[in-house]
Design a protein around this ligand. Structure first.
Ligand code: PMT
Length: 219
C-alpha cells in the first residue's frame, strides 16, 4: 500500500565501504555493511522512484529487482560510476563510507614480512559528495555525517562545505547507531531546520529520511 510519492524521480544512492588496495591480498577499508544504503534504495524504489544504487563491497543482497545496482571497489571507481549518472538524477544520497585516503602505490606482488616496521604512504582520495556539490545544477543532495565528537558542528560544516541541501548525522557515541547495526539514530539538518529522531530500524530510518526529502523538494 505504498504511495508512489517519488514517481518520476531518479534517485542515486551510494552505499557501503570502499576498499583501497595495498597489494594483491590486502586493503584499507572500514566497518560499513551497506545496510543503511540498501534500506534507502529499497524504500525509494517502493515509493516509485527510479533508483541507482552504487555500492562498495558488501554482503547485502538487493531484494528489489527494480533497483539498478552497480558494484564498485575503490573510491575512485565509485566517483566514476556516480558521474556516469549524475546529470540524470533528481536526488543524490551519499550513505557510503568512502575511504579518505588510499595507498599511493599498489604493490604488484604480496608484500613480504621482512622488516619490523612497514610504512605505507597514503594519498587523499577524491571527495565524491563534495564533487557532486560542486557540479550541482538541479540535484537535491543529501549527505551523511558519521561523527565521534563535535557532532552537530561537524555535520553543519559538511552541509556548507559540500554544498548540500540536507545532512543526516549519526554518531558512534549513540548505542545502536552507525555501522553494521540493524538500527540507527539520526538527526537531520538543513540550512534552517533541525529534526531529531529516536533509535529505530534502518528500514524505518530510511522512511524518515525520504519523508524529510519529500517535504523539502515539494516545498
Ligand atoms: O553501512 P552501514 O553499516 O549500514 O552503516 C551506515 C553508515 C554509518 C556508513 C552511514 O549511516 C553513514 O554515516 N555514512 C557516511 C559515512 C562517512 O563516511 O561519513 P563522513 O562524515 O566521513 O563523510 C561525509 C559525507 O561525505 C558522507 O555522505 C560520505 O558518503 C561523503 N564522502 C566522504 C568522503 C569521500 N571521500 N567521499 C564522499 O562522498
Amino acid at each position: 500500500n505504498h504511495k508512489k510519492t517519488l514517481e518520476g524521480k531518479t534517485v542515486l544512492i551510494t552505499a557501503g565501504p570502499t576498499y583501497e588496495a595495498i597489494d594483491p591480498v590486502r586493503f584499507i577499508g572500514n566497518h560499513s555493511s551497506g545496510k543503511m544504503g540498501f534500506s534507502l534504495a529499497e524504500e525509494a524504489s517502493k515509493r516509485g522512484a527510479k533508483v541507482i544504487l552504487i555500492s562498495g563491497p558488501t554482503s547485502q543482497v538487493m531484494g528489489d529487482k527494480n533497483v539498478d545496482v552497480h558494484k564498485v571497489t575503490s573510491a575512485k571507481e565509485m566517483l566514476q560510476k556516480v558521474f556516469e549518472f549524475y546529470d540524470t538524477i533528481d536526488i543524490g544520497i551519499a550513505s557510503a563510507a568512502v575511504a579518505d585516503y588510499a595507498p599511493k602505490e599498489i604493490a604488484k606482488e604480496k608484500i613480504k614480512k621482512n622488516d619490523d616496521s612497514l610504512t605505507i604512504e597514503l594519498i587523499k582520495n577524491p571527495d565524491i559528495l563534495k564533487t557532486m556539490g560542486e557540479k550541482k545544477t538541479h540535484q537535491f543532495l543529501v549527505g551523511f555525517a558519521l561523527e565521534t565528537q563535535n557532532e552537530e558542528e561537524n555535520a553543519k560544516g559538511k552541509l556548507e562545505k559540500k554544498n548540500l541541501d540536507m545532512i543526516v548525522l549519526n554518531s558512534l557515541r549513540d548505542e545502536g547507531a552507525g555501522f553494521k547495526n540493524d538500527t540507527n539514530k539520526i538527526k537531520i539538518f538543513t540550512q534552517t531546520e533541525k529534526k531529531e529522531f529516536e533509535l529505530k530500524s534502518k528500514d524505518d530510518v530510511a522512511k524518515d529520511i525520504l519523508n524529510f526529502v519529500e517535504s523539502q523538494i515539494l516545498k
